[in-house]
Write a protein that binds this ligand. Structure first.
Ligand code: SF4
Length: 89
């Protein structure tokens, strides 16, 4: 695979096409390794940024202190793979 194209099909998107180059295989492997570590450790962390939750359907399930708890959880070394995932983007 060499890459892909993101097609903005709506009127607002005006049919624009944005080409996305395929990442190097090594970086794909690093992402998959971090995903595996997060899944096997069960160390899922909610967002620390309250603004990220604005359009989320799960706000009621997460509760009012979810964002503050995320910061505490990310301070734990077990959250390193989760933090690395954010940096892959
Ligand atoms: S409400 Fe919960 S699941 Fe939704 S974005 Fe916020 S932290 Fe994530």
């Amino acid at each position: 695979m060499r890459g892909g194209v993101y097609y903005f099909s709506s009127h607002k998107g005006r049919g624009e096409r944005v080409r996305i180059e395929a990442p190097a295989l090594a970086s794909v492997g690093a992402v998959l390794a971090d995903l595996r570590e997060v899944i096997t450790s069960g160390h899922f962390t909610r967002t620390g940024d309250e603004d990220d939750c604005r359009y989320c359907d799960f706000v009621a399930a997460c509760g009012g202190r979810a964002n503050a708890q995320a910061d505490t959880k990310l301070a734990d070394a077990k959250g390193d793979a989760f933090k690395r995932l954010a940096n892959h983007a």
